[in-house]
Design a protein around this ligand. Structure first.
Ligand SMILES: NC(=O)c1ccc[n+]([C@@H]2O[C@H](COP(=O)([O-])OP(=O)(O)OC[C@H]3O[C@@H](n4cnc5c(N)ncnc54)[C@H](OP(=O)(O)O)[C@@H]3O)[C@@H](O)[C@H]2O)c1
Length: 305
């Protein structure tokens, strides 16, 4: 994408800082704890399988004997486990120990999950932030990572400098604790949309033994250029006005038939183009053929038919 998101200026915090606890030492939890250690935070860790703490302990982390001891060790408790069920299994028996602490949950899940855990935390009187990590573990602690948070703004303000150890690209989206997960799910939708389109393209090229690496320079230029489209279409969706002044859904629908025919005649999967064509046909049937492609949003707003 050519347009960088509007991110705050990178912070340059001094070494050291408040104690931090990290619960969950899978691939991501280890990267999170490693970033806090590298920045000089006294870091306590806990994992169901204690052996995963080995390299962090070598780097100076304190391995807590229990999740309770881990929570008690720091005012800031980071949780990063598989899902909301695991989060609740860990936290719910510790409600009393959470008093006076802030919980920051970086566990992936739906916005409904996040709001449910936040509601539980609110019942305990525990300030709660839900976060989403838009990066792989090696990017943690660098400018390549983006972490978004939502939930208790005062808790974010108090711990922002510690959270920025995980990436200077650290943003609080709003008070609704579900927002960070909603952004995460939206990013997944974009990721699979792009990746599946790429794989369909690669399957097409493969029918003529074309090396996919010879195609990616063209594809990457197109993807970069599409940021201009999505900027314009985002504005159309926000305003609810879809002038078809670049191309119309009618035009797209005609081209979709070519992709479908090509895929069928070359003997590769037709599922992806058939799905897209079906949505466009519905839009046209609803009288939207003259609108811009952004008007297809109305097909995505409905449950599957
Ligand atoms: N890895 C990535 O690239 C990435 C990127 C963005 C977001 N995330 C998110 O970060 C979270 C962790 O990912 P990961 O890559 O670290 O996964 P992982 O390597 O599979 O680790 C999962 C962690 O959850 C713990 N866990 C699972 N169920 C548990 C339970 N019932 N009680 C206690 N602990 C439990 C595991 O403990 P044990 O070690 O004892 O099994 C382990 O610490 C996920 O929500 C993931 O979606 C990951």
């Amino acid at each position: 994408m050519t347009n960088e998101p509007m991110l705050p200026a990178p912070a340059d915090p001094a070494p050291g800082g408040d104690p931090v606890t990290v619960i969950g030492l899978g691939l991501m939890g280890q990267a999170l704890a490693g970033a806090f250690l590298a920045a000089g935070h006294p870091t306590t860790v806990w994992n169901r399988t204690a052996a995963k703490a080995g390299s962090l302990v070598e780097r100076g982390a304190q391995l807590a004997a229990s999740a309770r001891a881990a929570v008690q060790a720091s005012p800031l408790v980071i949780v990063c486990v598989t899902d909301a069920t695991a989060t609740r299994e860990i936290l719910e028996p510790l409600a009393d120990a959470l008093e006076g602490r802030v919980v920051v949950n970086l566990t992936s899940g739906t916005s409904t999950d996040a709001r449910a855990v936040a509601a539980w935390a609110a019942e305990q009187g525990t300030p709660y932030l839900h976060g989403a990590i838009m990066a792989a573990p090696p990017a943690i602690g660098t400018t390549d990572a983006v972490l978004v948070y939502s939930g208790a703004q005062p808790a974010f303000d108090v711990h922002e400098s510690a959270l920025r150890r995980l990436s200077p690209n650290t943003i609080h989206l709003g008070a609704d604790p579900g927002l960070a997960s909603l952004y995460e799910m939206a990013m997944l939708a974009v990721m699979w949309g792009v990746l599946d389109g790429f794989l369909h393209a690669a399957a097409l090229l493969g029918t003529a033994q074309v090396a996919v690496t010879s195609f990616t320079p063209f594809m990457n230029r197109t993807i970069a250029g599409m940021a201009d489209w999505t900027d314009a279409y985002a504005e159309q969706i926000d305003t609810g006005s879809y002038p078809g002044d670049d191309s119309t859904i009618d035009t797209h629908l005609a081209a979709m038939a070519h992709l479908l025919d090509e895929s069928a005649s070359l003997g590769i999967s037709t599922e992806l183009p058939a799905f897209v064509q079906r949505l466009a046909e519905r839009a046209v049937a609803e009288g939207r053929g003259g609108d811009s492609y952004a008007a297809m949003i109305d097909q995505f707003r409905k449950p599957a038919r």
